[in-house]
Ligand binder design. Structure first.
Ligand code: ZN
Length: 69
């Protein structure tokens, strides 16, 4: 099996540099410049958001359970 890391060019929101981003998965990329993990968002255009706060306290900010009653 073949492992290929996808490398794209993008602007890192953490260091504000236009640099190469290495794809870790389909959604997560790592900045080659500062090493920040970025979450790729595709909604019309591709943008990258830092994901450094998602794993520190075990909380998942994007998934909220709404309990009704
Ligand atoms: Zn960066």
């Amino acid at each position: 099996m073949k492992v290929t890391a996808e490398i794209v060019n993008g602007k890192c929101p953490t260091c504000n540099e236009f640099t190469s981003l290495v794809g870790l998965t389909k959604e997560f990329y790592r900045c080659m410049n500062c090493g920040a993990d970025l979450h790729q968002h595709v909604n019309g255009k591709i943008s990258y958001l830092p994901v450094m706060s998602t794993r520190t306290d075990g909380a998942t900010p994007f998934v909220k359970e709404w309990k009704d009653g």
